[in-house]
Design a protein around this ligand. Sequence first.
Ligand code: NAD
Ligand code: IMJ
Length: 256
Amino acid sequence: MGEMLSGKNILVMGVRNKWSIAWGIAQAAYREGANLIFTYLGDREKEELEKLTAGMGTLHAHPCDVTSDEDIEKLFDWVKAEFGVIHGLVHAIAFAKSEDLRESFLNTSRDGFRLALDVSAYSFVAVCRHAAEIMTEGGSIITLTYRGSMKIVPGYNVMGVAKAALEASVRYAAYELGSRNIRVNSLSSGPIKTLSAKGIKNFNDVLKVVEERSPLRRNVTLEDLGNTAVYLLSDLSSGVTGEIIYVDSGYNNMGL
Ligand code: NAD
Ligand code: IMJ
């Protein structure tokens, strides 16, 4: 047990199950002494959280569908009433219609485009705004992104556009919140077999390419993500904001 995050209240959004990146981050933050607060989407995620956190003491959790302004407002009213102040926020939420991740990008419907950008990018702006109000002692906000925002990853399609918007939002939020000592960064993960990767065509091939060609010659783990998240959430990264930190076995550095 370390102490990098002791005394810090950290709100974690996006734990679906034990494979979730948010869960990897939560476990690492818990190990470092953080006081964790969770959000969940639906009863199934609430039950998962109850199971996962069984050995961690009282579960602090509140529902939140990020497509609802009312849900977001109620969430932060609750967090403020219960905890007064937070020091960290983990946003690990994305969604697009599955047909928009399979078919032609150019055939993305207006509604599919709107949904992907709403859930995966606007939600970040909204939660940053609310979180900043209760980060009265300074803080660190992180979100999860993917290289498909910068480069063509066949099939990533509208999610690539959403992640580009998310990464730009990180920079603008960092600029606006910097004077309040709130840092905003994104963690760009290599492929991980979570529920959000299940059913993606050729995902095993993507994993194999990273294993064969990345500098580290392996895929990344939830522990890799968790440890970098601890760095970003802790005072170790006190001079770092607006960044995209790649946790991808170095794959993004390859030219061929
Ligand atoms: P996951 O399925 O475990 O988590 C996704 C979470 O998003 C779930 O908890 C889900 O409930 C939540 N979510 C979706 N719509 C929501 C809504 N309307 N309101 C509230 N929550 C909602 O998958 P994951 O891979 O852990 O994904 C977490 C983040 O990591 C995502 O932003 C994803 O884009 C990103 N990411 C994943 C990979 C990968 O290969 N798995 C790589 C890079 C980045
Ligand atoms: C997703 C689609 C296509 C290629 C992909 C991915 N690659 C990776 C992912 C190569 C690594 C996973 N990823 C980075 C995501 O951000 C996934 C987001 C996502 C996944 C689903 C699947 C189920 C569904 N909607 C989704 N919305 C977003 O219905």
